[in-house]
Ligand binder design. Structure first.
Ligand code: NAP
Length: 316
């Protein structure tokens, strides 16, 4: 089909899936699951009555409820699509209602903290398999989602403690592949370090630069908007990302983010020194190295060479 997702599966991978939290990621999952016939029955649950009403209007699921307990009953696969900070409380509520043999997964941008928060609430026989689709936009809510969000993006599955049920892992990997993703399996702590470098610290830098520009009294707001065609515009897109989600990312990936920030500050000081001493050769060499990284990302198919001035979604 023209959307790139290919044909519907001849038979669903799972009988009953429960999606908890129907924002950007949850509603995108509901859409692609329906589009690809990944699940026979899709149950959607959200704490917000307004979100549930909108999900019903959009006909994203077979069943929609504000009762998380009811949603997970009899589900073969439950995916938490709530902010990372809410994972533990949601797991505590649904834990006693999960059926034996069910897979409990999530989509949170941090993995170690989710394992710690969720694991204690799960009964024996439930397979915890956290995951992170490295795909997103700066928009939130059920209207923001779309079926192709995960297409050709990575989804990182992070089995806790290095051991996992092979059949459960195979099922989850099949679900994400059917949604269009490439799947990689790694330890939760390794995920958190990699994402601190590739996503979390870059977001912090964007929040910081946009905040600094806003604070500069000698630059007016109209000048910031008028002349933002350069690098600044890309930063404003990233700095428009959901405040709840990103607050939770920094609170729950504290150690890795602080580690990477330490390195970042040292490297920034080195650049500062090159500028102060007029060391053009070192600046040129540094920028040549970073340009090669961008070209590598394009060659790996994770980005296109076309300028987009921040109008498209990105991998988060
Ligand atoms: P979102 O659009 O804000 O959606 C989150 C949904 O969860 C909202 O409908 C929210 O309802 C609901 N919710 C919050 N707390 C809840 C609770 N305790 N019980 C039930 N529902 C609850 O957020 P999102 O962008 O989809 O992000 C969801 C998860 O995906 C986060 O863990 C994030 O780290 C991860 N993620 C996001 C991106 C991205 O780019 N956005 C990318 C990859 C992964 P209310 O609106 O009423 O609070």
């Amino acid at each position: 089909m023209a959307d790139g997702l290919g044909d519907k599966l001849a038979a669903p991978i799972v009988a009953r899936v429960a999606l908890i939290g129907l924002g950007l990621i949850g509603s995108s999952l509901a859409r692609v699951m329906r589009r690809k016939n990944i699940a026979h029955t899709i149950v959607a649950a959200d704490a917000s009555e307004d979100v549930c009403a909108r999900v019903r209007e959009l006909a994203l699921a077979d069943d929609v409820t504000t009762s998380l307990e009811e949603a997970v009953r009899d589900a073969d696969l439950v995916i938490l699509c709530v902010p990372v900070g809410a994972s533990g409380a949601v797991a505590e509520r649904i834990g006693p209602h999960l059926k034996a043999g069910a897979i409990l997964s999530d989509v949170g941008s941090v993995k170690g903290a989710v394992v710690t928060a969720v694991q204690p609430h799960l009964p024996e026989g439930v397979h915890l398999l956290p995951a992170h689709p490295v795909a997103g936009t700066e928009y939130s809510g059920p209207d923001a989602g779309f079926a192709t969000l995960f297409l050709n993006r990575w989804c990182i599955v992070t089995p806790p403690n290095g051991h996992t049920d092979e059949q459960a892992l195979a099922t989850l990997v099949e679900v994400w592949r059917a949604a269009g993703s490439n799947v990689e399996v790694m330890a939760p702590q390794h995920h958190d370090l990699v994402l601190a470098i590739t996503s979390h610290v870059p977001h912090l830098i964007a929040y910081n630069i946009v905040g600094t520009a806003d604070d500069l009294e000698q630059v007016t707001e109209s000048e910031v908007i008028k002349f933002s065609a350069g690098g600044f515009r890309d930063f404003t897109r990233i700095a428009a990302s959901d405040p709840t989600m990103w607050r939770d990312v920094f609170l729950h990936n504290k150690d890795a983010v602080l580690d990477v920030l330490g390195r970042f500050n040292e490297d920034l000081a080195a650049l500062q020194r090159m500028i102060r001493w007029g060391d053009g050769q070192s600046l040129f060499d540094f920028f040549t190295r970073t340009r090669a990284i961008r070209r590598g990302i394009i060659a790996a198919g994770q980005e296109t060479a076309a300028p987009d001035f921040g109008r498209r979604g990105s991998g988060e």
